[in-house]
Design a protein around this ligand. Structure first.
Ligand SMILES: NC(=O)c1ccc[n+]([C@@H]2O[C@H](COP(=O)([O-])OP(=O)(O)OC[C@H]3O[C@@H](n4cnc5c(N)ncnc54)[C@H](O)[C@@H]3O)[C@@H](O)[C@H]2O)c1
Length: 348
C-alpha cells in the first residue's frame, strides 16, 4: 500500500541512505526529507535522488529544524504524512563535549516536537533512530534491549533523553512510537568527521590520521544499508512502544579498523599518529549489541563486513568531488584545526 514517509535528517549520512533505501525497495512510497542543513547536512548528499527521473517524482525536500513546530506541522499537513522516521540529530561525540547545548536542543527537544506532531496528526508510526551509546560501555557480553541506559557523553545522554521522551509519550498518550538502537555505521555519504570517512579521506591525501590513545576501544560496526533495512523492518513489523537493537556482529578495535583501512588504501603505518585521548574518561571502552530480538522476527543483514568496508573505501576514492567540496569549507577546516591541531601540529 502506498505511504508517505517523513525522513528527518534526510540530508545527512544515514537519513539520506534511508531515503535511497525506501525509494528503491518500496516503489509505491513517497519520501519527504526534512533537514536543517547544519554542517553535517548537504544538498549534494541528496542531489542524486533529486536528479534521477525515476526517484525525483517520489522525493521532496524541505529545509527546516525538527524543533520548529510550525515547519513540522506544515509539512505533515501539506504532504499527508503516514510515517515519521527521525534521524535528525547532532551526532558527533567529540563536538558534544565542546558544545553540548545544541545536542539537547535537537536530540531531546526536537524529538519532543516530533512526538507531539505525531500525536496531534494521528501519524500511524513514528520511529526514533537511537544508538547503542545510550547503554554506555560493556566489558564482556552484549547489550540487549533490557540493558540499563547509562550514557557517558553529552551526545549519548541527549540521545537517551530523546528516547525517554518517546517512551513517556507512548505510555502517557499512547503515541505510536518505536525506537531502534544501532552501533557505529559506515558507508557512502558519511560526513568526513567520524573515524572511517575522516581517516579514509585523510589517507587518500597522504595526511596523518590521529588514533586516540591505544586504539583498543571496541566498536560494533554496521554497514549503513543493513542499518536502513533494520529500521525499515522495525517500522513495518515492530511492536509499538518497543526498542530494537540493530547490529551485525561487526566488532573490532579502532586499531584493527585503521589497519584494515591502511591495507585497503595501500598506505604506510607511518601515517598513523597515536595521540592522547581527547575524550579522556568519557571514551567508552567497548560496545557490543545483541540483535536477536529483531533477527528473531525475521530481519537479516545482507552485507558481509569486509566486502562492505571495501566498497565504502572504493566509494570515497570514486567520489572525491563530494567530500573535497565539504573539506574545503571553512567550518570543516576550523573543526579539524580545533579538534586535532594541538595533537597533529604541523602534520595537520
Ligand atoms: N552514525 C552512526 O554511526 C550512528 C549510529 C547509531 C545511531 N545513529 C543515529 O542516527 C541518526 C543519523 O546519524 P548520522 O550519522 O546520519 O548523522 P549526520 O550528522 O550525518 O546527520 C544528521 C542530519 O541531521 C540534520 N540535523 C541536525 N540538527 C537538525 C535539526 N534540528 N533539525 C533538522 N535536521 C537536523 C543535519 O543537518 C544532518 O543532515 C542520528 O540520530 C544518530 O544519533 C548514528
Amino acid at each position: 500500500m502506498s505511504k508517505t514517509v517523513l525522513v528527518t535528517g534526510g540530508a545527512g549520512f544515514i537519513g539520506s541512505n534511508y531515503c535511497r533505501y525506501v525509494l528503491k525497495n518500496r516503489p509505491d512510497y513517497r519520501v519527504v526529507a526534512l533537514d536543517a542543513l547544519t554542517y553535517a547536512g548537504n544538498l549534494s548528499t541528496i542531489a542524486d535522488m533529486q536528479r534521477n527521473p525515476e526517484t525525483a517524482s517520489r522525493f521532496a525536500f524541505y529545509p527546516g529544524k525538527i524543533q520548529d513546530e510550525t515547519v513540522v506541522n506544515g509539512i505533515i499537513e501539506a504532504e499527508k504524512i503516514d510515517y515519521i522516521i527521525n534521524f535528525a540529530a547532532e551526532s558527533h561525540n567529540d563536538r558534544s563535549i565542546l558544545e553540548p547545548g545544541s545536542f539537547i536542543q535537537t536530540d531531546v527537544y526536537g524529538v519532543f516536537t516530533l512526538l507531539d506532531a505525531t500525536k496531534r496528526h494521528g501519524i500511524e508510526r513514528m520511529l526514533h533512530v537511537s544508538t547503542d551509546e545510550v547503554y554506555g560501555t560493556i566489558d564482556e557480553g552484549q547489550f540487549t534491549e533490557h540493558s540499563p541506559i547509562e550514557p557517558n557523553t553529552p551526545y549519548s545522554a541527549s540521545k537517551a533523553g530523546g528516547e525517554m521522551q518517546a517512551r513517556a509519550h507512548r505510555v502517557t498518550y499512547g503515541t505510536p512510537t518505536i525506537v531502534t538502537r544501532c552501533g557505529n555505521n559506515f558507508g557512502e555519504f558519511q560526513y568526513p568527521e567520524k573515524l572511517i570517512p575522516f581517516f579514509v579521506t585523510r589517507l587518500i591525501q597522504n595526511k596523518k590520521v590521529p588514533l586516540y590513545g591505544t586504539g583498543l576501544q571496541v566498536r560494533d560496526w554496521v554497514y549503513v544499508m543493513d542499518h536502513c533495512s533494520g529500521i525499515d523492518f522495525a517500522l513495518h513489523h515492530g511492536e509499538l512502544g518497543e526498542a530494537y537493537n540493530v547490529g551485525t556482529d561487526g566488532e573490532c578495535t579502532n586499531r584493527e579498523m585503521v589497519d584494515r583501512l591502511l591495507k585497503l588504501l595501500d598506505k604506510p603505518e607511518s601515517l598513523v599518529k597515536q595521540i592522547e585521548d581527547p575524550r579522556g574518561g568519557a571514551h567508552d571502552k567497548r560496545y557490543s549489541i545483541n540483535s536477536d530480538k529483531l533477527k528473531g522476527m525475521g530481519w537479516k543483514p545482507a552485507y558481509p563486513f569486509e566486502a562492505a568496508l571495501e566498497s565504502t573505501v572504493k566509494w570515497y576514492l570514486e567520489n572525491e568531488d563530494w567530500w573535497r567540496e565539504i573539506i574545503a569549507k571553512p567550518d570543516y577546516q576550523d573543526f579539524v584545526a580545533r579538534f586535532y591541531g594541538k595533537y597533529l601540529g604541523e602534520d595537520l
